[in-house]
Design a protein around this ligand. Structure first.
Ligand code: FPP
Length: 250
């Protein structure tokens, strides 16, 4: 095995890649990318150093999701509560978002990935809105992985937004159904996450996909997001593939 180039000697020069079984593959994976700050602190570096490293991990995980044939990947990149962080960190995260969309859109488009942003987009600064919109426009007709980036996203805000939309439409109380509410969420048209991973050692949802995760399988792992890798990701998917989901049935 040639480690540097990732192919086996004497065989075709194709990359040797780990394959996941297609059986019981999760359709939608949601990820809370936590631990960037602590990862940076452990290295005596500023928090933004951690977020930049987190962006690199995100690139690998999007690629790994697309390679595995996952249909939808949703990542929690900036919450409605994250505005309470220092101005320096907020500005840095917004710059990372712009850089991410600009740099990644080409490769994602080549790989048939469709980029979507979920959350209160109007609350984001103009540069982020423009970069996100451009990435969404370029990839709008792609039919591979749907990659949702949750930015200025909060589940409670999302539900309030959906209820308001129903009221504006004049929907009567007896006409309010789960389906109608679902159709007004930022995630409209998408299936609920089958599997949710939170890195960074905390076991909570932090206002992420509260409605959508009613029957999601959760994995809370200690690894900080910058240290998360494809192998760990695929290992978790394999554990998920063995789980027995009953959706409330006996
Ligand atoms: C949580 O870790 C992480 C975030 C709030 C930001 C996540 C951002 C990235 C992974 C970079 C890619 C971003 C975009 C927009 C594409 P934390 O800072 O709360 O970590 P801590 O709990 O250790 O302090």
């Amino acid at each position: 095995m040639n480690k540097k180039f990732g192919y086996q000697k004497g065989k075709l020069r194709c990359k040797v890649t780990r394959q996941l079984s297609k059986e019981n593959l999760p359709e939608h994976i949601a990820i809370i990318m936590d631990g960037n700050g602590r990862w940076a602190k452990a290295k005596k570096r500023p928090r933004l150093f951690g977020h930049n490293a987190g962006m690199k991990t995100l690139r690998k995980i999007v690629r790994a999701s697309s390679d595995a044939g996952i249909k939808i990947l949703t990542v929690y990149a900036f919450s409605t509560e994250n505005w309470k962080r220092s101005q320096e960190e907020v500005d840095g995260l917004m710059n990372i978002a712009v850089e991410y969309f600009k740099k990644e859109v080409g490769e994602l488009h080549e790989n048939n990935v469709r980029i979507q942003v979920i959350g209160d987009v109007n609350g984001l600064n103009h540069k982020v809105q423009k970069a996100a919109q451009n990435a969404m426009d370029i990839t709008a007709n792609n039919t591979g992985l749907i990659f949702n980036v949750a930015l200025n996203y909060g589940s409670r805000d999302e539900i309030v937004h959906a209820v308001r939309a129903l009221m504006v439409q004049g929907v009567l109380p007896e006409e309010v159904t789960e389906e109608r509410l679902n159709a007004e969420l930022y995630t409209k048209g998408l299936t609920d996450p089958d599997l949710l991973i939170r890195t960074g050692g905390e076991s909570r949802l932090s206002n992420f996909m509260l409605w959508q995760s009613a029957y999601t399988e959760f994995f809370f792992i200690d690894t900080y997001w910058p240290d998360f890798d494809k192998d760990t990701y695929y290992n978790l998917i394999e554990v998920y593939q063995k789980r027995n989901r009953r959706f409330g049935t006996a």
